[in-house]
Design a protein around this ligand. Structure first.
Ligand code: NAD
Length: 505
């Protein structure tokens, strides 16, 4: 693919501006790693404010024509993109695994969930239908339309280099906007690959732009007068910063932040199902998922039996290179691996019981890879940092609660509110939890309740700043502005002067 020179030696990964790879020289670069070997696989250009200007200018120039492209034309391009992506999804999954480290099947799962949003956006003619009221007043019709915003910015995290951008850009493009995506500098290649695919699908140059970078590029986007909105996903402190800075610059902002997702296990739950779910949702993608289960609240008396079942399953997990059939891959960087490992000491020092220590897990991967096996704490309490902080790694923490009410109180007192799950065979208890819990996405005997593309994704409390969740109808609303038209075609009988405020007659 043009613009993406992946190979086993460190290759340059550059921006995608005006429908092609950027041809300038970057003042700054950052290394990109293969987390399974620890080797540097690429050098990514980091955009200065000038490069961001260049990118936004290209997007602004492309916008008027794309805004006026018919709904038929826009949906044809989306369908073409969908077909290409579906046919070549293994290629994209391999790129994700090489830079992120997640196992291939998981990378493919991420692409599939992104594809669902593309499929949702293919229905844009239906989604953009407005309302029409004939004869709202005598001889007067009123109707509503939704129009695109213009240039829209997307800033995404490392943990889903394809899916998270795809929560936003298919909908934004379908609505007639021009997108500038700033992916994570830790795994930037997926974004460039997707840009090349858009070109192949027939999207006009400049409608999809990629700028790589760090805080400098983010700030340039947040402050740029021609960028109308920001869709951000990342850690809570940066999400808060992006929301405050973006809105202060007059932009519409949706900023999705971090998480601490609880799984409440009631005494009547099927404990084998719950233990399977805890292991899958806790250690999939090495715990680097915003919807990962990281805290299990075991309601008396199930704690001991549940912990034993989870421990038994953890022993069988194959940790290793994601290209070689492992269950769980490495962490994203050496620094992040060390930070996650430091919580194993912090939890022990605070008095939690480290039932399984991931540092001792056998690994099938390069000696310098960023490895940490799955770990399990029991008897943690809400004051401990292993519970309060988002660890974002393969560490499951079990807390004990004496009753449903105590478990619910713990979940609701937590500062995050992204996802949660309850495991029970009692429909009444599940229904009560769904009603009482202060969390945006709830699973009932489902550990990772990521909504389908036609619903909207988003958390509560410190897990989301702004009013709109991602994709679904909220996504369509976020990427468009409403307009209402009141129209009367000339009718001589309605002439005359009347200075009163218009009312229906
Ligand atoms: P991050 O906050 O470090 O980075 C996210 C984006 O912000 C990246 O593009 C990065 O380049 C940029 N950035 C980093 N530091 C910045 C700064 N000081 N100023 C401005 N921009 C900056 O997040 P990450 O480590 O890439 O991703 C993991 C985090 O994302 C976790 O907290 C996870 O929970 C969260 N996440 C949340 C969701 C959700 O739906 N709520 C989904 C995926 C990930």
């Amino acid at each position: 693919m043009a613009g993406l020179q992946t190979a086993c030696v460190a290759e340059r990964i550059t921006h995608w501006i005006g429908g092609k790879p950027w041809s300038g020289t970057s003042q700054r670069q950052a290394p990109v790693f293969d987390p399974a070997s620890g080797a540097v696989s690429g050098q990514v250009d980091l955009a200065s404010a000038d490069v961001v200007d260049e990118a936004v200018a290209a997007a602004s120039a492309a916008f008027p024509q794309w805004r006026d492209a018919s709904l038929t034309r826009r949906s044809q391009v989306l369908f073409a993109f969908r077909e290409l992506l579906n046919a070549r999804k293994e290629e994209l999954a391999a790129i994700i695994t090489a830079e992120h480290g997640k196992v291939l099947s998981d990378a493919l799962g991420e692409v599939t969930r992104g594809l669902e949003v593309v499929e949702f956006a293919c229905g844009i003619p239906h989604l953009l239908k407005g309302g029409f009221s004939e004869n709202a007043s005598t001889g007067v019709d009123v109707y509503s339309i939704r129009q695109p915003l213009g240039v829209v910015g997307i800033i995404s995290p490392f943990n889903f280099p394809a899916m998270v951008p795809m929560w936003f850009f298919p909908v934004a493009i379908a609505c007639g906007n021009a997108v500038v995506l700033k992916p994570s500098e830790k795994d930037p290649s997926a974004a460039v690959w997707l840009a090349d695919l858009w070109a192949e699908a027939g999207l006009p140059d400049g409608v999809f732009t990629v700028v790589h970078g760090d805080k400098e590029a983010v700030d340039a986007l947040l402050e740029h007068p021609e960028v109308r909105s920001i869709s951000f996903v990342g850690s809570t402190p940066i999400a808060r910063y992006v929301y405050e800075t973006g809105t202060a610059h007059g932009k519409r902002v949706q900023a999705l932040g971090g998480a601490k997702n609880h799984m409440v296990v009631l005494p009547d739950a099927d404990l084998d199902l719950a233990a399977d779910a805890a292991v899958n949702a806790g250690f999939g993608s090495a715990g680097e998922r915003c919807m990962a289960i990281s805290a299990i609240v075991a309601v008396d008396p199930v704690g001991d039996e549940l912990v034993a079942k989870i421990r038994e399953r953890m022993a069988g997990l194959r940790v290793g290179d994601g290209r070689r059939g492992a269950d769980m891959g490495p962490l994203i960087t050496r620094e992040h691996r060390d930070k996650v490992a430091s919580y194993l000491d912090a939890g022990t020092d605070a008095g939690a019981r480290l039932v399984v220590d991931g540092r001792e897990h056998e690994v099938d991967g390069g000696a310098d890879g960023f490895w940490l096996g799955p770990s399990l704490f029991d008897h943690a309490t809400p004051d401990m940092s292993i519970y309060r902080d988002e660890i974002f790694g393969p560490v499951l923490t079990v807390l004990r609660a004496g009753s449903y009410a105590e478990a619910l109180g713990m979940v609701n007192a937590n500062s995050y509110g992204n996802g949660t799950a309850i495991f029970t065979n009692d429909g009444g208890a599940a229904r009560r939890y769904q009603n009482e819990v202060e969390v945006g996405m709830v699973g009932i005997n489902v550990p990772i309740p990521v909504p389908m593309a036609y619903y909207s994704f988003g958390g509560w409390k410190n897990s989301l700043f702004g009013d709109s969740h991602a994709h679904g109808t909220e996504g369509v609303h976020f990427f468009t502005r409403g307009k209402v038209i009141t129209s009367r075609w000339l009718d001589p009988s309605h002439g005359g002067i009347n200075l009163g405020f218009p009312t229906q007659t």
